[in-house]
Design a protein around this ligand. Structure first.
Ligand code: DGL
Length: 264
């Protein structure tokens, strides 16, 4: 009998950065993913809309026999984590706790930057998490609303990405940061460009690695870690164009995937 699945969702392709880490750290697990590409970006949307859309995806994924759900979107984590947790019969985790922990482990001098969507930055979820653990860290947040569309349109590898990202990150120059949290799951696709602009001295934090570790802890505690051999029967759904989604998924995951369309 095939085991239950880990549900992973995002406003679009960003959650694939978490899927890649799950494939790497937990290769025996089966994943079902939903990307709400048709309604992306969530970053500038009103909070109640983000909550409704996130719950809609979560409930859709429940039919695929979930053992847990991962909100692999910082915006939806900031605005909808507790809302979805209260309404789902399985454990639900987000990406902001893991991202904050990873930054605290990495920072050398306690000067941490956060880049994310308008909603994530306005929620102040990252500074709150970080200051709960260490109130003396300096935290500088910056909303970068142009970067999610750049990734969604597949422009993350193109030449113009460098100038676009340089403009978006301009106000971080001179902040003397030693650590920068990629506080949007879309941004790791731009990691080489962000690294080039921020320089060697800034450690970039992608919350995916720490999130996959938390998934493994939750499943271990539930005694639901998969023991059977690796299988590739993952499922991917998008509310947008499956071809566009597939192109980015194959590029990022390095494996062929089947993507189906679902319209809400
Ligand atoms: N990947 C989402 C995040 O982590 C992007 C949000 C958006 O759709 O604007 O915040």
């Amino acid at each position: 009998m095939e085991g239950k699945r880990i549900g992973i969702l995002d406003s679009g392709v960003g959650g694939l950065t978490v899927v890649r880490e799950v494939f790497r750290q937990l290769p025996k697990e089966r994943v079902v993913y939903f990307g709400d590409n048709a309604r992306c970006p969530y970053g500038p949307r009103p909070g109640d809309e983000v909550r409704d859309f996130t719950l809609q995806m979560a409930e859709y994924l429940l039919q695929y026999d979930l053992k847990m759900l991962v909100i692999a979107c910082n915006t939806a984590t900031a605005l909808a984590l507790d809302y979805v947790k209260d309404r789902l019969p399985v454990p639900v985790i987000g990406v902001i706790g893991p991202g904050s922990r990873a930054a605290i482990k990495a920072t050398a001098h306690g000067r941490i930057g956060i880049i994310g969507t308008i909603n994530t930055v306005n929620s102040e979820a990252y500074p709150q998490h970080i200051h709960k653990i260490n109130p003396s860290h300096y935290v500088k947040s910056l909303a970068c609303p142009t970067l999610v569309p750049l990734v969604e349109q597949g422009g993350y590898k193109k030449e113009e990405a460098l100038e676009e990202v340089r403009t978006a990150l301009q106000s971080l120059q001179g902040e003397n940061l030693d650590t920068l949290i990629l506080g949007c799951t879309h941004y790791p696709l731009l990691q080489p460009v962000i690294h080039q602009i921020m320089g060697e001295q800034v450690t970039l934090i992608d919350s995916a690695e720490e999130t996959a570790r938390e998934i493994s802890t939750v499943l271990y505690q539930l005694n639901q870690l998969e023991e059977a051999e690796r299988n590739d029967s993952h499922l991917f759904f998008t509310s947008g164009d499956p071809k566009d989604f597939e192109e980015i998924a194959v590029d990022w995951l390095g494996t062929s995937v089947i993507v189906k369309h679902h319209h809400f």
